[in-house]
Write a protein that binds this ligand. Structure first.
Ligand code: GLC
Length: 458
């Protein structure tokens, strides 16, 4: 007797090919990354913006208390942070505020008034003396063309934000204006940082081997420590020493896309941009998986006896990356967790094949994301230190890295495939709350920095 294969099997092997990232692909990504990095550093047209941050790593002896703001995803946080001058960073108080869609996609004034309102509430909640002066550091996790440690213009919104009147404007000025409207005085914004830079700074405060900061969360991006002399587009700055560069790697565009990626991109608020982010980060993985499912349903391969599935998965963003986590984590032979998930969605007749199909697609989409992330990390390490000779600690923050089952292992597998035993020199470490804590380190560095004399003739 021959057993006929489950209906989705041929489709799954087709999907496997589509989403697989081979070692050859990875080497290609590394090569393309280097070409784009080079152009970006020269100030030429490139999908990698390579944005200078105007800071280098901290020494670890910086001290003080700071207010830090963290804006970049669906939540906004205000923190009071203390640095002890010996490598320890303490969060003394923190308040988290959900940002409603109407604030993310309204006017810039609404957004900055919301931010100032949260700061006001934070000061009140924590009985903080309003007559005292505070230094504030702002982690603003979007592409900013900085002109100094505490000044810079938003180039373009990403991750679903569209607030009007902010692109092309100085972020610190907009914040100061909102603080004034709220009559909050004596707060000086002394540092503006990308979340990747914050993450690197927070880890480097106690670990001098850290030279890469990565976010794998709602969005994805990285920064690293570059020789100032290599940042050729930077005029009027001393060429000695190093500076952290925010790569904005989410916009990297030299990577093979599937028709599912194209569908997602076309329906997004920023079509034609942030291709890498749309293949890798938490905001998008669920939606890619959903597009694959919708295709398989349309071909009659799955859920043929479960009509509720069409409605349930037909709607945009109805499958989240968190659901994929839950599905992948289900180790039961009959996939009971997945069944439970289907039940909550009103899908009652799904078969074990349907459930296994969904789990398999989740694995393919998440594995591609992890392998591409590792390829990008390897590209930056290889740029700094081709062999590598030194130990490189990569500080990583974000829910995808922290919570998605097997994500880190899938990344380390790539490092081993590429470097063999030498992969041990590359340490991926989770840097929890890096972006919030790191902003305070930035503020401390700014407070202790000796103002640079401008270069003659600049
Ligand atoms: C997006 C932003 C980038 C940020 C990343 C992670 O890619 O453009 O600035 O670092 O998300 O939050």
């Amino acid at each position: 007797m021959t057993v006929s294969p489950p209906p989705g099997e041929a489709f799954l092997s087709y999907a496997e090919k589509l989403f697989s990232i081979s070692l050859t692909d990875i080497k290609g990504v590394i090569k393309d990354f280097h070409a784009e990095m080079e152009k970006g550093l020269l100030g030429h047209e490139s999908s990698l913006k390579m944005l200078p941050s105007y800071v280098d790593r901290p020494t670890g002896s910086e001290k003080g208390r700071f207010i830090a703001l963290d804006l970049g995803g669906s939540n906004f946080r205000v923190l009071a942070v203390e640095l002890d001058g010996k490598g320890e960073i303490d969060i003394l108080a923190v308040s988290k505020f959900a940002i409603q869609k109407k604030v993310m996609q309204g006017t810039g004034v609404q957004l900055f008034d919301f931010i100032a309102g949260c700061i006001d509430l934070f000061l009140a909640r924590n009985n903080m003396d309003r007559k005292r002066a505070y230094d504030l550091a702002f982690t603003f996790s979007f592409p900013v063309e900085q002109t100094d440690i505490a000044a810079g213009e938003l180039i373009v919104w990403t991750k679903g934000f569209t607030s009007t009147g902010v692109e092309g404007k100085d972020i610190v000025t907009l914040l100061n204006q909102a603080l004034r409207r709220k009559r909050i005085r004596d707060i000086t914004v002394t540092a503006l940082a990308n979340d990747t830079v914050g993450t690197l700074m927070a880890r480097a405060y106690k670990d001098p081997t850290c030279d890469l900061g990565v976010i794998l969360g709602t969005g994805t991006n990285a920064c690293y420590r570059e020789k100032r002399s290599n940042i050729r587009k930077l005029k009027g700055v001393h060429p000695e020493g190093h500076m952290i560069v925010n790569m904005e790697w989410g916009n990297f565009d030299k990577v093979r896309r599937t028709s599912y990626d194209t569908r997602l991109d076309e329906a997004s608020v920023n079509p034609g941009a942030m291709y890498f982010e749309k293949m890798v980060s938490g905001m998008y993985l669920g939606e890619i998986t959903r597009h694959v499912l919708v295709d398989a349903i349309a071909r009659g391969l799955i859920f043929s006896n479960a009509p509720g599935a069409v409605e349930s998965f037909g709607e945009r963003d109805s499958l989240k990356t968190e659901h994929m986590s839950l599905i992948e984590r289900d180790g039961t032979t009959d996939l009971r967790e997945v069944e439970g998930f289907f039940n909550t969605r009103g899908i009652s007749n799904a078969t074990l094949d349907d459930r296994a199909f969904l789990k398999h697609v989740c694995q393919l989409v998440a594995a591609r994301s992890a392998r591409l992330s590792a390829a990008a990390v390897s590209a930056v390490i290889a740029w700094m230190d081709p062999e590598p000779r030194e130990v490189h600690t990569v500080a990583i923050d974000g829910s995808l890295f922290e919570k998605y089952p097997g994500f880190e292992t899938r990344m380390t597998d790539v490092l081993k495939e590429l470097y063999g035993e030498t992969a041990e020199k590359i340490r991926l470490v989770h840097s929890k709350d890096g972006s919030g804590k790191g902003a305070a380190v930035m503020a401390a560095v700014a407070a202790s920095a000796v103002k640079e004399e401008p270069m003659p003739n600049s």
